[in-house]
Design a protein around this ligand. Structure first.
Ligand code: NAD
Length: 459
């Protein structure tokens, strides 16, 4: 099948590369000429495990090409997909301006019938709006082609996007006509040979399903964080409690690690947009608001515990931060809790040495803010730092050399923002371990260390 994808970011490029790998002929279009130039050379504008090899193979095999030309790139496409960003507007609504502008341009130029599938996460009614452009053209221009607009939300997760796309939990197709549903079903057939992953529904339900999914995930994270905050105050151990939760088949094991909260380019903005949608239809949505509030509090709680460790004053303190990406496997720092924490630390007068295995290489300009220095290794970030804060659970941070860490950190405290370590791993090295949901045990400072008025509760 001939496919054009407009918007070649995290979603568009993974989709394009994987569809090409499955045998389709794909043109990935973007209005960012620099990105397109890079991708033509086989260089990706972002980090995604396994993606570059597919892009290179499909470029050389001739099934994948890149273009900045919307009109030329969509010619002959049986399916045109929109994977354009829908960031938060100032009021929290999803900003669909670029998506609508692009759809309008397509309505004015497409010269053949096709299915236009909206992959972007966009509020209920967006596809109807897009369909109205094509219907208006059909009503006013004789021989204008019939274009069916469908919703085809994407559920891949950055860091494992290729695997997610190749082996999707489900393929959601929201179509108003049987023909559009059939076209999209055959597009995805290589990923769903027995048709069991395909969920067909009306367009508006498909649009809402994506928001519902992200709301459920965000709620789960905030709930486990809130439980952990209470567990900590009750001198109980959330790690043990999570084992109990995980073994209940109705609850399951995923997303049960308390920490510094969620970030990224999807959950925060999609939750905000859903809350605005609820307001627009006079639904108070108190639970969704609380999910957002709990999440915003998590970074603040971590900051408070660090500040308290230093006796309430962070001025002149040197703090190492491991992890900048909002989660492992990606260089995406959009709404990263790590950056939010670093901002708080710097504003309070601390100097931060940060290290991230991929972000430091791909976004060196991050370090242009005063008070933040990017380090070339995890060990270097800790040199001359007093304490360490772990903000992204990269595999590289899972089993550090605790002895070397204890030797580097002047105050010997680790603030474990992702619940990565067990207390018994750090205790032999006299490293104090602070984590959300921890049963508080005071670890004595190693002799000779500069005490920083430690308190043994977090926060
Ligand atoms: N990133 C994810 O993990 C993920 C997962 C599921 C769904 N989504 C949704 O998919 C959509 C895209 O997300 P993303 O993370 O890929 O965004 P992104 O910012 O990485 O990519 C969007 C791309 O669209 C391009 N673009 C913007 N306007 C354009 C136009 N008029 N013409 C051509 N190109 C244009 C941009 O240059 C950019 O390359 C969003 O709605 C997002 O919520 C994202």
């Amino acid at each position: 099948m001939n496919v054009a994808i407009v918007g070649t970011g995290y979603v568009g490029l993974v989709t394009g590369a994987c569809l090409a790998e499955a045998g389709h002929f794909v043109t990935c279009i973007d209005n960012n000429a620099v990105k397109i130039g890079q991708m033509r050379e086989g260089n990706l504008p972002f980090h995604e495990p396994g993606l570059q090899a597919i892009v290179l193979a499909q470029l050389h095999g001739g099934r994948l090409r890149f273009s900045t030309d919307l009109t030329g790139g969509t010619q002959q496409a049986q399916v045109v997909m929109l994977a354009i960003g829908t960031p938060s507007a100032a009021d929290g609504c999803a900003n669909v301006d670029s998506l609508l502008q692009c759809a309008k341009a397509l309505a004015d130029t497409l010269d053949h019938s096709c299915v236009l599938a909206v992959k972007s996460t966009a509020p209920v009614g967006t596809c109807d709006h897009v369909q109205s452009f094509f219907d208006a053209r059909q009503a006013s221009v004789p021989d204008a082609p019939r274009v069916d607009v469908a919703s085809n939300p994407e559920f891949l997760a950055e860091g494992r996007a290729v695997d997610d796309f190749r082996n999707p939990d489900r393929i959601v197709i929201g179509a108003g006509t049987a023909q559009a549903a059939a076209t999209l079903s055959s597009l995805y057939a290589p990923f769903d040979p027995d048709g069991r992953r395909r969920l067909c529904m009306d367009v508006r339900s498909a649009e809402f399903a994506k928001y519902a999914c992200n709301a459920m995930l965000a709620s789960r994270i905030s709930l486990v964080n809130e439980l952990a905050n209470i567990a900590e105050k009750m001198q109980t151990d959330m790690r043990s409690i999570c084992k109990v939760l995980a073994t209940d088949h109705r609850i399951g094991p995923d997303f049960l690690r308390p920490g510094a909260g969620y970030g990224g380019s999807c959950l925060p903005k999609d939750l905000r947009a859903l809350i605005r949608t609820a307001e627009q239809c006079q639904e108070p949505a108190p639970l969704l608001r609380a999910v957002e509030e709990v999440n915003q509090r998590q970074v603040r709680l971590l900051f408070d515990s660090i500040q308290r460790y230093f006796g309430g004053n962070l001025w002149g303190r040197r703090i190492a931060v491991w992890g900048l990406a909002f989660k492992p496997g990606t260089d995406d720092v959009r709404e990263s809790p790590s950056l939010a924490l670093i901002r708080l630390l710097i504003d309070a007068g601390a100097a931060v040495q940060a290290y991230d295995p991929v972000v430091c290489a791909s976004i060196p300009k991050l370090a242009s803010r005063p008070g933040l220095e990017l380090s070339s290794s995890a060990a270097q970030a800790c040199r001359h730092s007093e304490v360490l804060v772990v903000m992204t659970e990269w595999q590289e941070f899972a089993e550090p050399d605790f002895s070397a860490l204890a030797g580097s950190l002047e105050s010997g405290a680790v603030f474990d923002g992702r619940n990565l370590y067990r207390p018994e791993q750090l205790a032999p090295f006299h490293l104090q371990h602070f984590r959300v949901g921890q049963k508080v045990r005071g670890n004595p400072l190693a002799p000779g260390r500069r005490a920083a008025t430690p308190v043994h509760s977090c926060p």
